[in-house]
Write a protein that binds this ligand. Sequence first.
Ligand code: BES
Ligand code: ZN
Length: 566
Amino acid sequence: MTTTHQDPHSFARPQQVRVTHLDWTANVDFASRTIKATAAWTLASHNGSAPLVLDTRGLHIHKVWLNDSEGTTYKLADFHPLMGQALVIDVNADTAKVCIEYTTSPEAEALQWLTPQQTFGKEHPFLFTQSQAILARSWIPCQDSPGVRFTYDAEVTVPTGLLALMSASNPQRIDENGCYCFEMKQPIVSYLLALAVGDIAFQKISGRTGVYAEPGMIDQAVWEFADLEKMVSATETLYGPYPWHRYDVIVLPPSFPFGGMENPRLTFATPTIIAGDRSLTSLIAHELAHSWSGNLVTNATWNDFWLNEGFTVYVETRIMEKLYGKQYAEMLASLNMQDLLATIAELEADGKSADTKLKLKLDGRNPDEGVTDIAYNKGYFFLRTFEEDYGRDKFDKFLQAYFDAHQFRSINTETFVQFISGFYQANYGIQLPTQLFNEWIFTEGLPARHPKPVSSNFADVEEVLMRWRISGTLTRADAADWSTHEWLHFIRNLPESLTPQQLREIDTVGGFSHTGNAEIIAAWALVAIANKYTDFYPRIESFLVHTGRRKFLMSLYQQMTKTREG
Ligand code: BES
Ligand code: ZN
């Protein structure tokens, strides 16, 4: 559970003094947009010779004491633009607990305070957190490194009429006093600390799965995620028992900046996956997969981020294959390969080729810079290489053993290399070639020999595209049975320049002007912007105004800046 190397994104010195448990008592105040709280940290045995160092960012520290009431000296160090401020607290050999009373800043980066107007119901305010990668420190003073694990208990008071949820055991209905207790008995890391407060309803899917959302959204959300229990069971047959007891999903208001966030026991999700046809649920499979890859076995530093995301895309794809078949999974994998190739080209063009290695060097940079398709999709295709080269059976046994051997621990890339090499040698007598690791992990770009997903559905789409290039017309019959994924493949592979008639015809056949499917809207918007297809502009404008998901905003604004009008 201890990492021996210094995490470049944390001031904490867990090798000297390390936390093991958090008792958090908090009061959420919407009027001042602050949380006033006490964080009481239990320490692992230590000899008192070194201080406890916590990460903070914008916190107002009121009082610090040891054990029950023993005073102590502490210092809030200078502000560092990337890392915030170290809180250095003097402890002695008898210090079992360190308590900090503090208030968050209204600008705390991890906290998004929404006005009623920004919610679906328009009547109550809403608060949600986003701690990954290094923002937990803006709402809880902590050893904000993915190499440090702890359990937690929390007691949170919110305005009456609102529900509070955390990445822990959760209530299912509103408490009339606005007082909620939480328990997380399994050790997690700080970026998985999470809180959501609002007018939130719950509906169960199965005995251990369910959906939270604003009351006006809950029915749609429950319908969309009807296969939630099937996803959990499918993952269990692949990789062993679900380790976190319950699995629930909360659908947040549209300003949530990500598609999903794998907060333990409670995935946070964007409403942009509520497509009305269940076509975007691979995102839920992805966040569920993190219950094993990421939350159970965690990247020790952000330089090893691919261990979280690459493994997760691999598991996600296997879940989707188990539920919906090989054809479906290969469409997802093909789209992933397109994204990966585009990202590599882009990073190279931007002079960031070094970021195309799986093992990153993010020291002195924001770990968000490592959130690219490299970690996700180069990571995925690397793992798929073992499957293709030596057989799925062997790789599945490896994965089970990998999760088992490192559960509730944080590991780095080098530990992974050692473990898989040892496993294949010991169990199968296979010597994995060093070159395989070198060319994927420590070399830029994509190795010449790499897995190539094959989708017959996409081959059909490509045929329609070819006929369309010759005939110039697209009919409803051409796309009669296309799902979201076939449409995405079609839109992405259109020629760069299209005539107004072509644009109008494709728009009509695809029904893009009426769709609520965010992936389709975003993909078609890129084409519309590039071709000055003004018919679609009102739809783009309303999409941009009503969506906070970074992936869509980034690609659309980037595309706009490429045009004069943009
Ligand atoms: N853990 C990530 C989100 C994340 C990564 C937040 C790094 C902050 C820093 C989550 O599991 C994720 O990958 N979300 C994706 C969806 C997925 C299907 C690719 C997203 O939000 O788009
Ligand atoms: Zn992820």
